[in-house]
Structure formats: C-alpha cells, structure tokens
Design a protein around this ligand. Structure first.
Ligand SMILES: Nc1ncnc2c1ncn2[C@@H]1O[C@H](COP(=O)(O)OP(=O)(O)OP(=O)(O)O)[C@@H](O)[C@H]1O
Length: 330
C-alpha cells in the first residue's frame, strides 16, 4: 500500500466515511469533509486529526480541508400502516358481541396481527372483565389516553378502566360520542387493527362510530333466534347506509351439547343466521356453540380463544376468515 492509499484508508475510518478521497497537488493535500449534523467541537477535532495525519504523508507540505454541510438525507421511517377499525355489532343485546369481540381480538393477535380492543359499550362496559384487565388504569399523555395491556398482551381501552366499578353513567348523547372518540383516538402505537365492541342497537354511539370513525368493516353477531335475526338485519342496514362494508355474520349460542348425555339441542333454533346471511347477501363467518365453558372462562377473564380445544377452534376459524377479508380489502 502506498503512503497515500494508507492515509486514505485511515481517513475513512477516522471520519466514518465523511471525507472525500484526498487530492495531492504540488505538496498541497485537499480533502472535502462532510460536517453535516456534527457539533462544532467534533468538527474542529476531526479537522485537526486529519491535518495531523495528512502531514505525515511524504511530500505533503500543506493541508486544505473544505468543510461541507451536506447533511445526509434523514432516513424516512417506514410508513406506519393506518389504524383500521373492525366493528363488532348486533341489533339486540346479550347475543354475545362482547364475547366474540374479545375472542376475535385474541385469535387475530395469535394470527400475528397487531390488534387493539375498544369497548364502545360506554354504559355497560364488559371488556375489562373479559380480558382480565379490571385492575388497570390507563395513563394519559398530551391529552391522549394510553391503552392498558391485558394479561394476553393486547392493548385495550374500556370505560370500565376509567369509571368506578358499578357506578352508573348518566351521560347524554354528545358526551357519549366524545367518550368513544377518546377511546378510539388514544395512543395506539403500532396497533394496526382496532376491534371495537359496539353496544347493542342503533343509537348515538353507533352513529358516531360510522360517521366519524369510518370502520373498515363490520361483523354482525346474532343468535339463531328469529327476533335476534330481525335486529341483526337492522344493524346491517345501519352499516349499509353509512357505506361500511360487511365482513359477515356470526351465529353465537348455536347448538348446546349436554355435558351429561352429549345430546345436542338447539335452544335458539338452528341455521337461522346462515340463511339470514344468505338473504342479506353477506358471508356467513361461522358458529360458536352455546357452552358453559365459554361463559365460565369469559367470566374469569380467560378468553377461550387464548387456549386450545373445540371452543378455541370455533373462534379461530372465524378469525381466519376475518383476517382474509381484511387482507383482501386492504
Ligand atoms: N357461546 C356462548 N356460550 C355460553 N355463554 C355465552 C356464549 N356467548 C356469550 N355467552 C354469555 O352470554 C352473556 C352475554 O354475552 P355478551 O356479554 O358477550 O353479550 P353482548 O351481546 O355483548 O351483551 P350486551 O348487549 O349486554 O353488551 C355473557 O354471560 C356471556 O358469557
């Protein structure tokens, strides 16, 4: 290696690649040094070290360092995927929206999606219990709520995290809409998909949801019962009117297997949801059986979808269809 080549190599190491290749003419060595983003002391220190090194190269009598502030373009952070909302709704109360929302969030999380969960049932929140996060309180940063993380590592927010247990909320429509917006516009970080457990019916919260927060899609839950299906049809129509696409219909509490004799009975009828889905030209996403174990585990804050077995499988099969839909509609 010549003395100049040797110095060039040392120069690159010394300046972390900020120096140009040195030019030597009539004893004068010229080097361009990119000082973009460097503190004054560091610039001067580098220049002095370069000068000192350059003068050790045989034939160099003078050193000229041209400092340029050609800042390297800041690396653009990878574009963050927009937060999409999946509304889980029904027309009628008590059909299992909350149970499905919690288990769907868990199953989608297990499929690798970055999922968050919002309990939009402002008057009757239940997700904190279902996800075992009742004892947690969200913090706030710059007026934004920071979601709590349940035992399964899923970020979530519910009014149950903000009000005292058992305390009734006596809020009017606009306040309820604001509360929903606070939950949805929270600091969700890396979350890509918010599963939103909607309250039953077609009131203020539903309107705020469809008009202001524009869900990417809606999953409708119903029992096989005719009455529940009529209400489900009403919920579908609300989303249709607002231009929210339907992901599909889930039949909950379908078929009860007697834990003693194994006989399967259908307390709420059979197949009603699938045929209603057909009538409404929307996909049927699957059935969740009526099972004591689902209720027990839900009450204990241990969603069945977090475990294994037939009940977990039922939620996972639905979650796979939802994930496929989300992928196709992205
Ligand atoms: N498949 C199921 N098998 C057994 N119990 C179930 C099932 N689905 C839901 N439940 C139970 O039924 C009750 C109502 O369910 P859930 O709270 O999920 O319904 P919801 O539609 O969200 O009710 P609400 O309208 O009050 O918000 C709960 O006690 C729940 O544990």
């Amino acid at each position: 290696m010549t003395d100049l080549a040797d110095f060039t190599a040392r120069l690159t190491a010394l300046t972390d690649g900020r120096a140009s290749a040195p030019r030597l003419k009539e004893g004068v060595m010229t080097i361009a040094l990119d000082v973009g983003g460097l503190e004054h002391d560091r610039r001067d220190g580098l220049a002095a070290a370069i000068r000192e090194g350059a003068l050790t190269v045989p034939g160099v009598t003078d050193v000229r360092i041209a400092m340029t502030a050609e800042r390297k373009p800041a690396e653009t952070p990878p574009a963050k995927a927009p937060l999409r909302i999946l509304a889980v709704a029904s027309g009628k109360g008590g059909v299992g929206k909350s149970t499905l929302s919690a288990n769907l969030a868990v199953a989608l999380h297990r499929l690798g999606l970055k999922v968050g969960l919002v309990d939009a049932d402002i008057y009757g929140p239940s997700q904190a219990r279902l996800m075992g996060s009742e004892d947690q309180k969200p913090q706030a940063r710059e007026k934004k709520l920071i979601p709590v993380t349940g035992t399964l590592g899923i970020p979530m927010l519910s009014m149950a995290h903000l009000v005292e247990p058992g305390k009734a909320l006596a809020w009017r429509g606009p306040m309820v809409g604001n509360a929903l917006t606070q939950l949805i516009d929270a600091e969700w970080g890396e979350t890509e998909l918010l599963v939103v457990d909607m309250p039953p019916g077609t009131g203020d919260i539903q309107l705020t949801m469809v008009q202001k927060h524009k869900p990417a899609g809606a999953v409708i839950v119903s029992t096989p019962q005719d009455l529940a299906l009529i209400d489900a049809t009403r919920a579908v129509s609300l989303f249709h009117q607002a231009g929210v696409p339907m992901v599909g219909l889930v039949e909950n509490m379908a078929g009860y297997a007697c834990p003693h004799c194994g006989e399967v009975s259908d307390p709420f009828g059979h197949g009603g949801a699938e045929s209603t889905a057909g009538d409404l030209s929307m996909p049927f996403l699957g059935r969740v059986p009526l099972a004591i174990d689902i209720r027990r585990r839900s009450d204990a804050g241990d969603p069945p979808a977090a475990g294994e077995g037939v009940h977990a499988d039922a939620f996972h099969a639905i979650a796979r269809k939802v994930a496929d839909w989300l992928k196709a509609s992205a």
